[in-house]
Design a protein around this ligand. Structure first.
Ligand SMILES: Cc1cc2nc3c(=O)[nH]c(=O)nc-3n(C[C@H](O)[C@H](O)[C@H](O)COP(=O)(O)OP(=O)(O)OC[C@H]3O[C@@H](n4cnc5c(N)ncnc54)[C@H](O)[C@@H]3O)c2cc1C
Length: 411
């Protein structure tokens, strides 16, 4: 059973919270409690793609080899298709197919998150099946959490700093006054697991299908002939067009000229199609205050173009841990002292989030998508430029500048 007081309580044991816990240990903090309302392994609605950024942080934490112990599939490139149906394949730069070094992989979150959480559990105290419902607030400072165990027992646990790593509908964010995000900074998306989709090729696939523009339909390869299939678009667009996302996914699979063939013999599993929200990093949410810090989805850090959030959740955990350890040493948990967390985090990822936001806006232009993907299908040089964009932020920024785009179109 948990003690009454810790230096740090982390609410949420997903990639953001578990990484924060392990990085805190690396920074010499020992009095840590990691709580989650679920019992691990637990599912999380996701595309399940573990990108190069996530792999990098998992390597830093020394846990990347543990993913080999759970079912997963290596990915070596991206397939894009345009609204008019032209398809291109872009290998990740330097990726040698079927070699030991996978640039990224797809792993069901029920398995992948369990790898991360169990590693954290070896290092810090954990409390599963504990739902946080409120914060202890004293003199304008967060001083701990209030919540309930599975059996309904109410508990209050105190801490010098509380980390909100509790995902998209973060209770911690709400309790410190951070309300719902504007709909133009959220994506709403589906996920279904299908067996028997034909034409899988070790690539993640992003298809700009007419019905869900500006958004896309994805097919990501999993182990054992499975595929993670979903679609997503801005919540503001979904509201405007009153789309039923589950129905739209079923219609694309049944009727779209490319996909009806590939899904001819495919079967969805018993969970069916699920829906979840993605808080985007196109919105710079307040992520710290007196005695509190937010990481991952609670801090709204998902890439606005790709929809990836695991890498940034783990990255924010790393920076949060560094500044929490410093604040503990200085015995100063004020918003002002934790400001350095926000500065370092947004200094590291702010630029790339802005570029991805611009890319998201360009991606809503059907004419441009058709043109660029047509060009790429014909010209190796254009495919190479897109491949470079996938690997390098500076190249991405240059390519989507007005001049860069003109060059791409005229190549
Ligand atoms: C459909 C979809 C597809 C996506 N595809 C990808 C992808 O392919 N690749 C990628 O990198 N990202 C993807 N994302 C984004 C990614 O899922 C998130 O960015 C990521 O899960 C964030 O991690 P986190 O640790 O911040 O939050 P979470 O993983 O959501 O973890 C939050 C944890 O907090 C716990 N919790 C919540 N409330 C409480 C409470 N009150 N008390 C105690 N515990 C609580 C939950 O049980 C959970 O374990 C996708 C998202 C969606 C919705």
């Amino acid at each position: 059973m948990a003690k009454k007081e810790y230096d740090v309580i982390i609410v949420g044991g997903g990639p953001g919270g578990s990484s924060t816990a392990m990085f805190l240990k690396k920074n010499g903090v020992n009095s840590i409690l990691l709580v989650d309302k679920a019992k691990f392994p637990r599912d999380k609605i996701c595309g399940d793609a573990f990108s190069g950024k996530s792999v990098g942080i998992a390597k830093e934490l020394g846990i990347v080899k543990d993913f080999d112990k759970v079912p997963h599939e290596g990915v070596y490139g991206v397939i894009f298709s345009s609204p008019k149906g032209t398809t291109i394949e872009i290998p990740f730069p330097g990726s040698e197919r079927k070699t030991q070094s996978k640039p990224g992989f797809v792993v069901k979150r029920v398995n992948g998150d369990n790898v991360i959480f169990q590693n954290a559990k070896k290092q810090v105290e954990t409390l599963e099946e504990f739902t946080v419902t409120d914060l202890i607030l004293e003199n304008d400072y967060v001083k701990g959490i209030k919540g309930k165990t599975k059996s309904g027992e109410a508990l209050e646990i105190r801490a010098k700093i509380v980390v909100g790593a509790d995902g998209t509908s973060s209770v911690i964010a709400q309790k410190v006054g951070e309300g719902a995000l504007p709909p133009q900074h959220q994506v709403i998306a589906t996920r279904g697991y299908y067996k028997g989709v034909s034409g899988m090729s070790g690539n993640i696939e992003l298809h700009f299908v007419d019905q869900i523009m500006p958004g896309y339909f994805w097919i990501f390869p999993l182990d054992n002939g499975l595929a993670n299939v979903g679609l997503g678009l801005l919540t503001s667009e979904k509201q405007k067009r009153k789309l039923d996302l589950k129905k739209t996914q079923e219609e694309i699979i049944a009727n779209h000229p490319i996909f009806r063939e590939r899904f001819k013999n495919a079967k969805i599993d018993e969970q069916g199609i699920k829906v979840w929200t993605l808080p985007l990093g196109s919105y710079h949410r307040k992520n710290h205050g007196n005695g509190w810090v937010l990481v991952g989805d609670a801090a709204s850090l998902i890439d606005p173009f790709s929809g990836e959030g695991v890498g940034n959740a783990m990255t924010s955990g790393k920076f949060a841990a560094k500044h929490i350890a410093r604040a503990l040493k200085e015995n100063n948990y004020s918003a002002q002292n934790l400001d350095a967390y926000d500065k370092e985090l947004w200094g590291a990822i702010g630029h790339e989030l802005k570029t991805s936001h611009n890319l998201q806006k360009l991606g809503s232009n059907k004419w441009l998508l058709n043109l660029v993907i047509d060009k790429a299908a014909k010209k190796e040089k254009v495919r190479a430029a897109i491949s470079g964009m996938l690997a390098d932020e500076k190249a991405k920024e240059k390519t989507i500048s007005p001049l860069g785009l003109l060059k791409l179109i005229l190549t």
